[in-house]
Write a protein that binds this ligand. Structure first.
Ligand code: FAD
Length: 387
């Protein structure tokens, strides 16, 4: 039977960043398996493309730490590798006094998480940043930005392959069984051909399916990924001056909600600039503004369409701070499902309790894109002897 030292399951930004990190450190025999024809086609290709700053996450959590570390790493990577990224900054707007008080709790979280440069601003300053946004006050968050995710996926895959990693697409891992000295991994390709090989280590970065892989490795693992759909609309900001955005990400304060005795902060529907291609081939902030995403639990991990919300749902939410938008400005756009881990509000990155040569990455929902390079460095250091 063929032997492979390290098997990575999943070719989203996290699996690819880990393949790149390990192989560029000189670790030999890294192979990544992706079930789809294209890399980054699930969560990684269906998100808001935002480089988050780290405002919302519980201080001390992996999300807080890896987002704050990952943000500058991702800007640096994009700049060094010709991947378009724009440090747009963001405003989180409060439309009434209750929401205004919430900004103060966000500010405390920013201080605890080490998010730099955040400050509270008043409506007159909001108007200078985004003249069409109406709010009482806002938090100004300088580290936020947007990036070209498809180009990021390509750059990660190219660098991983150049450093010696094998990237095998259209090949689904359908079984992982612990044996002496590692695991036997069973795969099935898109033509239905099956194969088996021996591997010393498994890295489970299967996104929405990481719970299923974890249960294959060790049936005692009971994590459950409960997909949370994020739907988007968009509008053309060049249609009228009164709906133009100057390129800032505009979020609104969400009501915190309590679950299992803990307080959670949602991100909610926001306005995000998208990218266009200039005549000279470079990327620029484009004319379309993305409106979304929703947070709607769905049964099926790849159901992106059934029962989608209509334009009014988005319009009613956004008009509170963006009053000139009209219902018929909104056009339906894509949707993505987040790998929300039931009962957790943090990334889970740990060795399997029974089979420690397998590392699971479960519940890598937002801010997994922003954190991807920091997650890869963390996995390399904690589990594969990296620095
Ligand atoms: C609507 C939405 C908005 C978001 N917005 C942001 C944002 O603005 N900023 C941010 O930082 N994060 C955001 N996120 C989160 C971010 O997209 C994810 O955290 C990140 O993409 C996770 O990457 P991943 O590689 O872990 O997972 P994925 O991209 O889901 O990749 C997992 C891969 O594993 C493959 N796979 C699964 N099972 C198998 C198998 N058995 N065999 C082989 N391959 C398999 C899948 O096909 C998939 O390609 C958002 C997510 C969503 C859905």
């Amino acid at each position: 039977m063929e032997k492979i030292p390290i098997t990575i399951i999943g070719g989203g930004v996290v699996g690819l960043a880990i393949a790149r990190e390990l192989s560029s450190r000189g670790v030999a025999g890294v192979y990544l398996f992706e079930k789809n024809l294209y890399l980054g086609d699930e969560q990684s290709g269906r998100n808001s493309c935002v480089l988050h700053a780290g405002v919302y996450y519980t201080p001390g959590s992996l999300k807080a730490r890896l987002c704050v570390e990952g943000n500058p790493m991702l800007y640096d990577f994009c700049r060094a590798n010709g991947v378009a990224c724009f440090n747009t900054s963001k405003i989180i707007v409060a439309v009434d006094e209750a929401k205004d008080r919430m900004l103060d709790s966000y500010l405390k979280r920013c201080a605890a998480n080490g998010v730099r440069g955040v400050k509270k601003i008043l409506s007159s300053e909001i108007l200078k940043i985004e003249p069409n946004v109406r709010a009482m006050s806002a938090l100004y968050v300088p580290p936020t930005g947007v990036l070209d995710v498809p180009e990021y996926v390509k750059a990660l895959a190219r660098q991983a392959a150049d450093a010696g990693a094998g990237i095998i697409k259209e090949t689904e891992v359908v079984g992982v069984m612990s044996v002496s000295g590692g695991f036997v991994v069973k795969t099935r390709d898109s033509l239905g051909s099956e194969d088996e090989f021996h591997t010393e280590s498994v890295i489970n970065s299967a996104g929405l399916y990481a719970d299923e892989i974890a249960a294959m490795v060790n049936p005692a693992n009971s994590w459950r990924v409960a997909p949370l759909r994020g739907e988007y609309y968009r509008y053309d900001s060049a249609l009228r001056d009164d709906i133009e955005l100057k390129g800032t990400c505009v979020y609104q304060v969400q009501e915190p909600y309590e679950l299992d005795g803990k307080l959670y902060f949602g991100i909610g529907i926001h306005l995000t600039p998208t990218l266009d291609i200039s005549p000279d081939g470079t990327r620029k902030i484009g004319r379309y503004v993305s409106v979304g995403p929703t947070s709607i639990p769905v049964e099926n991990k790849h159901d992106y369409e059934s029962g989608r919300k209509d334009a009014r749902y988005f319009y009613d939410d956004v008009k509170r701070f963006f009053p000139n938008l009209r219902l018929d400005d909104l056009q339906p756009d894509y949707a993505g499902n987040r790998a929300k881990l039931k009962g957790y509000d943090d990334f889970v990155i740990r060795r399997d309790e029974k089979y420690p040569d397998c590392v699971h990455l479960v519940g890598i929902d937002s801010p997994g894109l922003t954190s991807s390079l920091a997650i890869a460095r963390y996995v390399s250091k904690e589990f594969f002897g990296g620095k």
